[in-house]
Design a protein around this ligand. Structure first.
Ligand SMILES: C[S@@+](CC[C@H](N)C(=O)[O-])C[C@H]1O[C@@H](n2cnc3c(N)ncnc32)[C@H](O)[C@@H]1O
Length: 294
């Protein structure tokens, strides 16, 4: 791998995605979470010479890496910084209105977790941020320090499926009156002192997940995007979605089932091979669902 970028991301369920999308040498793909371009590259290698890819990502840092990683594909690639919930406008602007494939690989990437300044990791000291796009919106810290006890409790319960949601929210509100929450480790240590550790999982895991989902409105983006995305599929075109927790997977499963223009291709979600799960811990919670436009 050449170039001066740090290409670290391992594309999840790559073989499974390629099998289901089956790119051909004139296909159009919208990759709504192009990230560092791992899946995109594999798609383009099979879609040349006439295939094209519209890659969207909310995060400028990941997109910059994708630019370098996919540079050799020249005009066959268009990259845009935005949320995939706005995919339709970009698709119309660039002639991707009747596409063979759409891919979403939702959530965060290794770049987010490994960079302390992004605030995604409770084991690395950093600001409580967690925004994929740092140009606007509330940070995790702003939510923790300003939301009411009820709002925090609901967020931890619904997005984190945290059993102690109310208790944690109550204690956070109490504590922030003395000292606001500023850093990741400060919040993680505070939760660890409240909730005894069980097994290997850090007691702050679910609260951090809830904050990430809430800060980026991850479920709302998915719900808003799906109806518009399927309008962009050509007859026979496929949409493939990789999700990493049950709330997202449920939204995708329901949506596929409720839309008569779609035929579900994966009756059960596809998970990684034993080899992949061994090599890439992040793949352990990945679930792929695919549907085809009639
Ligand atoms: C798991 S990574 C994708 C990796 C990519 N498939 C690859 O192979 O390199 C998920 C990406 O989705 C982006 N993302 C999260 N929510 C998004 C949204 N609503 N719209 C666009 N991109 C989003 C994140 O910034 C991150 O780069």
């Amino acid at each position: 791998m050449g170039g001066n970028y740090m290409y670290q991301h391992i594309p999840v369920l790559l073989n499974e995605v390629m099998t289901h999308l089956d790119p051909k040498p004139n296909h159009l793909l919208i990759d709504g979470t192009v990230g560092q371009g791992g899946h995109a590259k594999a798609f383009l290698q099979r879609a040349l010479p006439d295939g094209r890819l519209l890659g969207i990502d909310r995060d400028p840092s990941n997109l910059a890496i994708a630019h370098e990683h996919l540079a050799s594909f020249g005009d066959n690639v268009i990259l845009v910084q935005d949320t995939y919930a706005n995919a339709k406008a970009h698709a119309y602007a660039h002639g991707f209105t009747s596409v063979h494939a759409i891919l979403l690989d939702i959530g965060f990437s290794s770049l987010h977790v490994d960079d302390p300044s992004r605030g995604f990791s409770f084991s690395l000291e950093g600001p409580l941020d967690m925004r994929y796009d740092r140009s606007g919106g509330l940070t995790a810290g702003e939510m923790v320090n300003t939301w009411s006890e009820d709002e925090l409790a609901k967020m931890f319960r619904v997005y984190g499926e945290e059993r102690n949601a109310r208790f944690i929210a109550e204690k956070i509100v109490e504590q922030r009156g003395n000292e606001p929450f500023v850093t990741t480790k400060q919040l993680a240590a505070f939760i660890e002192a409240l909730i005894p550790r069980r097994g290997k999982t850090h007691p702050a895991t679910k609260v951090f997940q809830a904050l990430r989902i809430s800060v980026n409105d991850e479920l709302g983006e998915l719900e808003r995007a799906l109806p518009e995305l399927i309008e962009l599929l050509a007859p026979g075109g496929r949409i493939a979605i990789i999700s990493f927790h049950s709330l997202e997977d449920r939204i995708v499963k329901q949506f596929f089932k409720e839309h008569p223009v779609l035929t579900v291709v994966t009756k059960r979600p596809v998970t990684g091979s034993r080899e992949e799960l061994r090599a890439n811990p992040r793949a352990r919670s990945a679930k792929l669902r695919v549907a085809q436009h009639n």
